[in-house]
Design a protein around this ligand. Structure first.
Ligand code: S3P
Length: 169
């Protein structure tokens, strides 16, 4: 199998709304290891919500802080990490994750993402968009981001992610 789940860090990547945080918790529970949510770590460390962070420092300030968090966090030997949707697509973050763990891309159709992103307030990039605008935005973003996301070692349909699928991948 591509993914050796007995050791190391598993990085879940994918677009906002694909279920990274929920799936990370489930997977960590099944693997009996800790779960880390990098967005939550950013909120804890900075004392700001993601929305407040964007307002204070802009997206580029957020990307710098996010990169720093990714690279300096002390990961337990075995753990599952939920990353922010944009994280793999900036700096050399994707390469770094591939060098330091197993990356898993949770793929989901844009229309499905729209229907799951009903509460947009805490996501600064999409907070003012209606459904039609959001669908267009996601399509554009996925064109930009897929070249990064698809560098993941394992690519799975987000609904199918579980230990068995990863072991077979
Ligand atoms: C972002 C995704 C968010 C968060 C920030 C930017 C993005 O994380 O990091 O709002 O650029 O896609 P989630 O994917 O956990 O919502």
């Amino acid at each position: 199998p591509l993914a050796d789940l007995s050791v190391g860090v598993i990085f879940l990547i994918g677009y906002m709304g694909c279920g990274k945080s929920t799936k990370a918790k489930q997977l960590a529970h099944r693997l009996d290891c800790p779960v880390i949510d990098l967005d939550s770590e950013i909120v804890n460390k900075s004392g700001k919500t993601i929305a407040e962070f964007f307002t204070a420092f802009g997206e580029s300030g957020f990307r710098d802080y996010e990169r720093e968090m990714l690279k300096t966090f002390h990961y337990p030997e075995k753990c599952v990490v939920a990353t922010g949707g944009g994280l793999p697509c900036f700096f050399d973050n994707m390469e770094w994750m591939n060098a330091n763990g197993t990356t898993v891309y949770l793929q989901m159709e844009p229309a499905q993402l729209v229907s799951r992103l009903q509460n947009r307030q805490k996501r600064p990039l999409i907070k003012d968009l209606d459904d039609v605008q959001l669908l267009n935005f996601i399509n554009e973003k996925l064109d930009e981001r897929n070249p990064f996301y698809t560098q993941a070692k394992v690519i799975v349909n987000a609904f199918d992610l579980d230990v068995e699928t990863l072991e077979k991948a």
